[in-house]
Design a protein around this ligand. Structure first.
Ligand SMILES: Cc1cc2nc3c(=O)[nH]c(=O)nc-3n(C[C@H](O)[C@H](O)[C@H](O)COP(=O)(O)OP(=O)(O)OC[C@H]3O[C@@H](n4cnc5c(N)ncnc54)[C@H](O)[C@@H]3O)c2cc1C
Length: 479
């Protein structure tokens, strides 16, 4: 927990306010758990505020639908359980300004989500300055808390060692499954009338979502997905994957034709499901006698720590090591999205190869509309446009080619951030920056021999992809 605005709780406060910003779930959520415990301690009701602006960086119909689907689910669940929920949707940019301050003014204290990327660090810093009541942010992002590390990890290997040394300790203190289960004060929180008059309850907008979203200043070319922005959709996918598909993860994950990964990143990104519960679900399949408490340091080796088969080891390595390497990086490096934050060796080698001739140069618009000479690349971009995701292997190739086809690495970086964050439903995440900056050498090492344009940065070609992985049906599907 970070005490962003210290002080004693407002004695006249009507409720404890939980401002749900990014970990948009009612279960396995340390921040909500903390807010509920403070409400119990003060013997006050809890008020949950979940708000969405009309306009935000890379805001599209796609992200808005996902968010609102999740809010409609919360409205239903919280009404059933008698917990006061205030869903607010801006209908015009700026119309929500002042709502948080107004609600906080009538609260005992405010709790929100700690998160190291996108607009959340700015939100938290700005609110801490203006809040008249104590304000806390709580990290419910992963297994290892962000304040465990004292600097940005330089590689997944480096972070894996920290993980192996600390996993048992932190996994032994999971968030409670249902933080709303033991709320002492059962009476609803009284929302100030002035708030409801100026900032109407989302109401019908959560029901008639198409009608509402169509009128907003969002990118309407990036359309709704059919995967469902709810926690129940995320849980269903988690169970399908863990109990039926995980066995084949090692064998299938790199082959675009097999599509053998979990596809959980959208729900992880919006905090609909927690990494703790995914890991617990995986542990449930372990053989009798296996216990995570017996896990021991494995000297940072990729395989063996979980004493499981290659599929389980591989999946948990992505979900914990790779995912949290990026979170910890962003936490320690506010410049995580800047070219300058690349390792020195990578910047130097890319600089040395700046004069190299590029066989193809594409504009942002040509890339966005999948108009290149390379059918593999176009297929990946088409998948991104249609489904809001790219198969992981193709995502790496997709990024490497943009570096090759732009006048300089800075332009490539900007194009990749925009393409990824506009179209990907899991975009705008610390993982987005891990993946994109990995294209340019972050978390990687120098490779030889030196190649044109890439220098010592790892190189990938469409031809080698064709030889290495199965992608015939992928190409047919996304051409
Ligand atoms: C250029 C580029 C851009 C990327 N942009 C994003 C992004 O915007 N959002 C995003 O979540 N991931 C991003 N990634 C990482 C990775 O491609 C996705 O996390 C993964 O493909 C999501 O599919 P999945 O849920 O089926 O993964 P699975 O293989 O089932 O893995 C489970 C989870 O582990 C995490 N994970 C898996 N691979 C990685 C990885 N390489 N780095 C960090 N975490 C990982 C994700 O949370 C994922 O949901 C990017 C990678 C590249 C190369």
């Amino acid at each position: 927990m970070i005490e962003r605005k210290p002080g004693t709780p407002n004695p006249d406060g009507r409720y404890v306010l939980y401002w749900m910003q990014i970990n948009r779930r009612l279960h396995f959520n340390y921040a909500l758990e903390y807010a509920a415990s403070r409400a119990n301690e003060l013997e006050k009701p809890l008020l949950i505020l979940e708000a969405v602006r009309a306009e935000y960086p890379w805001g599209s119909e796609r992200t808005h639908h996902f968010l609102l689907e999740g809010m409609a689910e919360h409205q239903h669940e919280l009404a059933r359980r008698g917990v006061t929920y205030y869903p607010f949707l801006e209908d015009q940019p700026g119309h929500g300004k002042g709502l948080l301050r107004l609600l906080a003014g009538k609260s005992c204290l405010v709790v929100s989500d700690e998160y190291p990327a996108y607009i959340i660090p700015e939100h938290n810093a700005a609110f801490a300055k203006q809040s008249q009541v104590p304000f806390y942010t709580v990290d419910s992002n992963g297994i290892l808390p962000l304040n465990l590390t004292d600097k940005a990890p330089s590689s997944a290997f480096n972070f894996r060692r920290i993980l192996q040394n600390n996993f048992v300790r932190f996994f032994s203190e999971p968030p409670v499954p249902d933080p709303l289960d033991n709320l002492k004060v059962a009476t609803p929180a009284v929302i100030p009338t002035s708030a409801l008059q100026t900032y109407p309850h989302a109401g019908w907008r959560l029901v008639d979502r198409n009608c509402f979203i169509n009128r907003l200043p969002l990118d309407h070319n990036i359309g709704k997905l059919d995967i469902g922005g709810t926690r129940s959709a995320g849980l269903q996918r988690m169970k399908e994957f863990v109990h039926h598909e995980l066995n084949y993860y090692a064998e299938r994950r790199s082959h675009p034709d097999e599509d053998g990964t979990s596809r959980l990143s959208p729900w992880l990104h919006f905090g609909k499901i927690s990494a703790h519960e995914v890991v617990s679900e995986v542990f449930e399949r372990m053989p009798a006698g296996w216990s995570f408490r017996q896990l021991e340091d494995c000297k940072g080796k990729r395989n063996g720590f979980f004493r499981a088969d290659e599929s389980v080891e591989g999946f948990l390595d992505e979900l914990i090591t790779w995912r949290e390497t990026g979170f910890h990086f962003c936490h320690h490096r506010p410049d995580y999205d800047q070219y300058e934050a690349l390792p020195e060796w990578a910047k130097q080698t890319l600089h040395d190869h700046l004069p190299d001739e590029r066989d193809y140069i594409y504009s942002y618009e040509e890339l966005a509309s999948a108009q290149t000479h390379d059918e593999l690349w176009n297929a990946a971009q088409n998948q991104l446009r249609r489904e809001g995701r790219i198969h992981n292997y193709m995502r790496m190739l997709w990024g490497k080619k943009v570096l090759e086809w732009t006048p300089d690495p800075q332009t490539a970086l900007q194009y990749l951030i925009d393409l990824n964050n506009w179209y990907a439903i899991d975009g705008r995440d610390p993982n987005s920056y891990s993946g994109i900056f990995w294209i340019f050498g972050r978390f990687d090492r120098a490779w030889g021999p030196e190649r044109p344009i890439f220098g010592k940065v790892r190189y990938m070609t469409s031809n080698s992809a064709r030889n290495k992985v199965r992608l015939k049906s992928y190409l047919e599907k996304y051409q």
